[in-house]
Write a protein that binds this ligand. Structure first.
Ligand SMILES: NC(=O)c1ccc[n+]([C@@H]2O[C@H](COP(=O)([O-])OP(=O)(O)OC[C@H]3O[C@@H](n4cnc5c(N)ncnc54)[C@H](O)[C@@H]3O)[C@@H](O)[C@H]2O)c1
Length: 336
C-alpha cells in the first residue's frame, strides 16, 4: 500500500481529530507540523508524541520533508493560500471546510487543483452519518415517490464567544455549508437558484446576522427550504437539522439524532389518504463523521479517482453559501 507522507497545516483544536485519524491509519506518516505560531506546532508535536520538524511556512515544510499530502486544518481565511501552495508544490490536499472565504477565491482554488493534476478533497463530515446515509438511499429508491420538497430547520443557541460573535454572517458562513451540503446529498440534485433573507433577531448576542431563511430551487425541480438560527434559545434542534422530505407518495422525517421515519400513502380513496409507517433501513457500514469522510478521501486517492467531496463537487455547496449571502445583500433571487 502506498505511503502517504503528510504535513499538517494548522495546529489548533480541529487538528487533533485529523491526527487521531492519522495515528490509526497504517500507511500514513506525519512528517511535519506547520503553524503560523511555531509554538503551537511544537506544543502539538509534544502533546502527540510526534518526533517531527515544525515550521511556520508550508512551502519550506514541503520542500524539507518531501510530503505528498497536506492536511489543511487552518482557519478559513488561510485555506486558499494553503491549498494552492500545496497543490502547486505537487502535493494532494485534504482540507477542512470551507474551501475559501469568497466564491471567487474558491473558484481560483478549484482552477489550481484542476491544473495541478492533484486531488483536493474537502471535509464534509456531516454526510458521513448512518442516519443520513439511510435516508439518502431510501429517497433514491423512490420509496416516497418523486421528491418535491426538502425542508431543514436548524435552531440552536450556542454561546461560542470569539470570532463568530463578531462576523457579519456567522450562521450562513460558518455553519450553513453543512446543511446545504446535506441537502445536495439527500436530494441528489444540484442547486439552481436561491432567495435568502438574513437577519439578526431581537435578543441575539451576535453582532452579525445569526438567523436566515433561504429557498433553493434544485435541478430536478424540487425546492429546498432552510430556516436557521444560532440565536434561538430553547427547544433546540440537532446540529444535523430537523428534516422533512415530501414526495409524490409519502413523507420522510429525520430529527438529525434518531433513525429517520417515513409514512407512505396507501390506496387512492379518502379526503386525506391513509398512510402506513415504512422502515428506513440502515445501509451504512462505514465509519461516521470525520473518520468516515477521511476513509473515503484516502480510498479515492489510492484508487486514483475523485473523493465524494472532491473540490469539483464541493464548489456546488460553496456556491449555495455565497449565493445566499448575495441574495440577502441584494434582496434578489440569485441564479447559481
Ligand atoms: N467539520 C467540522 O465539523 C468542523 C468543526 C470545527 C472546525 N472546523 C474547521 O476546522 C478548521 C480549523 O478550526 P479550529 O477550530 O482548529 O481553529 P483554530 O483557530 O483552533 O486553529 C487553527 C490553527 O491554524 C493556524 N493557522 C492559521 N493560518 C495558518 C497558516 N496560513 N499557516 C499555518 N497555520 C495557520 C492558527 O495559528 C491556529 O493554530 C476551520 O476551517 C474550521 O471551520 C470544522
Amino acid at each position: 500500500m502506498a505511503l502517504h507522507k503528510v504535513v499538517v497545516a494548522g495546529c489548533g483544536g480541529m487538528a487533533n481529530e485529523w491526527l487521531d485519524y492519522a495515528a490509526q491509519r497504517e500507511n500514513v506518516e506525519i512528517v511535519g507540523l506547520v503553524d503560523l505560531f511555531e509554538e503551537a506546532a511544537k506544543k502539538m508535536a509534544q502533546k502527540r508524541g510526534l518526533n517531527v520538524p515544525t515550521f511556520t511556512d508550508l512551502s519550506t515544510a514541503l520542500s524539507q520533508t518531501g510530503a505528498n499530502l497536506v492536511f489543511d486544518v487552518t482557519i478559513p481565511a488561510s485555506h486558499k493560500q494553503i491549498a494552492t501552495t500545496a497543490l502547486q508544490a505537487g502535493a494532494h490536499v485534504f482540507g477542512e471546510k470551507p474551501m475559501a472565504e469568497t466564491l471567487a477565491d474558491a473558484q481560483e482554488v478549484l482552477a489550481v487543483a484542476s491544473g495541478s493534476g492533484k486531488r483536493y478533497s474537502v471535509m464534509q463530515n456531516r454526510r458521513y452519518l448512518k442516519h443520513i446515509r439511510a435516508l439518502s438511499s431510501f429517497l433514491a429508491s423512490g420509496a416516497i415517490g418523486t421528491v418535491g420538497s426538502l425542508h431543514a430547520d436548524f435552531f440552536l443557541g450556542p454561546h461560542f464567544g470569539g470570532f463568530r460573535e463578531t462576523m457579519a454572517s456567522p450562521l450562513i458562513l460558518d455553519m450553513a455549508i453543512h446543511t446545504f451540503d446535506q441537502a445536495r446529498f439527500l436530494s441528489g440534485a444540484d442547486p439552481v437558484s436561491v432567495y435568502c433573507h438574513e437577519y439578526n433577531p431581537a435578543g441575539s448576542w451576535y453582532a452579525g446576522n445569526a438567523s436566515a431563511i433561504c429557498i433553493f430551487e434544485m435541478s430536478d425541480g424540487s425546492v429546498f427550504s432552510y430556516r436557521g438560527s444560532w440565536s434561538a434559545q430553547g427547544a433546540g434542534t440537532s446540529w444535523e437539522s430537523d428534516w422533512r422530505v415530501t414526495g409524490s407518495q409519502g413523507t420522510a422525517k429525520w430529527d438529525g439524532d434518531n433513525r429517520p421515519v417515513a409514512e407512505v400513502v396507501e390506496g387512492e380513496e379518502g379526503f386525506i389518504r391513509p398512510g402506513k409507517l415504512v422502515e428506513v433501513p440502515d445501509i451504512w457500514t462505514g465509519r461516521e463523521g470525520h473518520f468516515g469522510c477521511l476513509d473515503n478521501m484516502f480510498e479515492a486517492l489510492e484508487q486514483d479517482r475523485p473523493a465524494e467531496t472532491d473540490c469539483t463537487d464541493n464548489i456546488k455547496s460553496v456556491s449555495m453559501v455565497f449565493g445566499a449571502l448575495e441574495s440577502a445583500r441584494t434582496g434578489q433571487k440569485v441564479m447559481l
